[in-house]
Design a protein around this ligand. Sequence first.
Ligand code: ZN
Ligand code: ZN
Length: 276
Amino acid sequence: MSPHLQDAINYIVRQRPFSKDILHSYKTFLQLMEDIPVTVPEVWEKESLRRLKKDEGFPLFSRENLPVDFGGATRALSRIMEHLCQDKKTQETEALQACLKKINEDKDWAKSVFSAILNKDHPAINKKAKEVGLQTERLYFLAKLSLKPSLDAIRSACSSNLDKQAWDYGYCPICGSEPNMGYLDKKGKRHLHCELCGEEWTYPRLNCPFCKNEDQQALGYFHSEGEQGLRVYFCRVCKRYIKTVDRREFELETPMDLEYLATLHLDILAEKEGFE
Ligand SMILES: [Zn+2]
Ligand SMILES: [Zn+2]
């Protein structure tokens, strides 16, 4: 684990003590996956094709065609489940044990959960969660997290080769997914963070990434009391919102995956305001 991650966790927890438990378990999960090797298949296409795709707004991959290492992700999920099963017994222990058993006995079980996540097939994830008696959101979170080492490897293989300056779409240039977080850099420029692969790219501030609406009357942001540096940008046309960290207000530049988990109170606020 990079010391930077621990520093970032300490920094966030100092401002938002309520995020301590979630960030610490997240760190534990990352540590559990740290030494799992993942393979990234050779993914490079012709330069001309890549340029064409970019010009026409096509990401490098579609979610369902991402060259994910399902074997590595399955090992990661199994390790996380083993860890959670050893924790003190809770209401969900039985379900976690059932899930671990499924992963170990049926080699395609975890893969079909991962595919359902990549295909955004929520009924399929729900069905898989029911099979083991686990909450759907819980299975979704843990399985998606298990994809992280492989997605990180894909991202680092692709990111430096992308001309992101030329990418002005509201979805990820690598996998085509929507952003789940954003930040304003020290100069006030807006960056979006992909909900799946974690890629980041710049995007105009006065434009909704979900519906491209530019009508300023319908765009805005709010923050919760005492948290000037954390904003929720919303759009009244499509009713969507995006949580945004204003890095001008903070000393340390914290990773967006941590900020996403440490700002769940803003999701509650946004939903109360009628955004989704
Ligand atoms: Zn992405
Ligand atoms: Zn919109």
